[in-house]
Design a protein around this ligand. Structure first.
Ligand code: ACO
Length: 329
């Protein structure tokens, strides 16, 4: 990365709500079964936010832990970016709500919308702010409450999603470490494959939109699957190339946790053994923007990443969008 100073991750934290929804629970809600869900997706359970929890509440829990792990207090933060497609409200932004909750008085704050790729987009944005010298640190969170926009009568989608938040603090790191490259992209033409149709300026909320279930996620799973397999390959290749690395250099691969079959396809192309790949889709399902940070932070907490390791992250999702990054830990 072409920045004035190296930027990396100096603190991590994660949070998932207490309530667990298992495949057996879903069997009682829709016409599905554990065997179908596990064999097609790898998901066994997911965490669901309590009625009184919104995305900023999940962010808060993850942020407090990230600050603690960085040895920082909230009033030292320069910037807060929350990547989410399920903000508490259209406005104020979830980042502003969080800024107030944390007491991060001097921090600029904004939300970023790139669906499941949002966290990597957020890392790229914040690292450039720090790399340019404009800010010294940033809190970047990927968080979503997909349960709030999921139709629990639609078996095609309701088995796939969960809620959570993963947070990192970015700051200056020693030479040779930190982010080595980013590869971000979008294919807006595929936007209709994965969308939430109503509630915006195109189709404001009305009795008809509620009755038509247009405030829920719509997804063409098969087409998104093909897109995912394709861009996981191209984005990881491009991010490695920009970083001057090859697949042999990868110590840990942190893919978006949407479907085990998509992860396995990327593993095969990158010729990676299971020990080099983070998989927690079985426990948390697809948590959208929270997916990559939950995998990254959990791996770090389990001692799976050591100083100097080459970490490759990649996400894809609504937009359509993708984002990959090579990071030296
Ligand atoms: N239980 C039982 N049967 C089901 C279920 C279910 N929960 N859901 C679908 N089926 C049925 C379908 O109705 C279909 O039946 P039919 O053949 O009689 O019509 C059959 O199972 C097969 O359906 P497919 O769509 O072909 O199943 P597929 O193997 O493609 O798996 C899945 C579906 C899991 C959705 C897959 O396509 C996928 O993972 N796609 C990618 C999703 C993704 O990665 N999204 C990421 C972005 S999310 C975001 O940005 C918020």
């Amino acid at each position: 990365m072409n920045t004035l100073r190296p930027v990396g991750i100096i603190g991590t934290g994660m949070y998932v709500p207490e309530k667990v929804l298992t495949n057996a629970d879903l069997e009682k809600m829709v016409d599905t079964n554990d065997e179908w869900i596990v064999s097609r997706t790898g998901i066994r359970e997911r965490h669901i936010a309590a009625d009184d929890q919104a995305t900023s509440d999940l962010c808060y829990e993850a942020a407090v832990k990230a600050l603690e792990s960085a040895g920082m207090t909230a009033d030292q933060l320069d910037l807060i970016i929350v990547a989410t497609i399920t903000p508490d409200t259209f406005f104020p932004s979830t980042a502003c709500i969080l800024q107030d909750k944390l007491g991060a008085k001097k921090a600029a704050a904004f939300d970023l919308s790139a669906a499941c790729s949002g966290f990597v987009y957020g890392l790229a944005t914040a690292s450039n702010f720090i790399g340019s010298g404009m800010y010294n640190n940033a809190l970047v969170i990927g968080a979503d409450c997909l349960s709030r926009i999921t139709d629990y009568t639609d078996r095609n989608t309701c088995v796939l999603f969960g809620d959570g938040a993963g947070a990192v603090i970015l700051g200056e790191v020693p030479e040779g470490r930190g982010f080595q490259s980013f590869d971000l992209g979008a294919e807006g033409a595929g936007g209709t494959l994965l969308k939430l149709e109503a509630g915006g300026s195109r189709m404001p909320a009305s009795v008809e939109t509620v009755e038509g279930k247009k405030h829920y996620i719509y997804m063409n799973g098969r087409e998104v699957f093909k897109f995912a397999v394709r861009v996981m390959n191209t984005a990881t290749g491009d991010a490695l190339k920009k970083a001057g690395k090859t697949k042999e250099d990868i110590d840990l691969f942190v893919p978006h946790q949407a479907n085990i079959r998509i992860i396995q396809s990327a593993m095969e192309r990158l010729e990676l053994s299971e020990s080099k790949v983070v998989v927690n889709v079985d426990k948390y399902a697809n948590t959208s923007a929270a997916s990559i940070p939950l995998a990254l932070v959990e791996a770090a907490e389990q001692g799976r990443i050591k100083e100097g390791d080459c970490v490759l992250m990649v996400g894809f999702g609504g937009g359509l969008t993708w984002g990959a990054s090579v990071l030296i830990w």
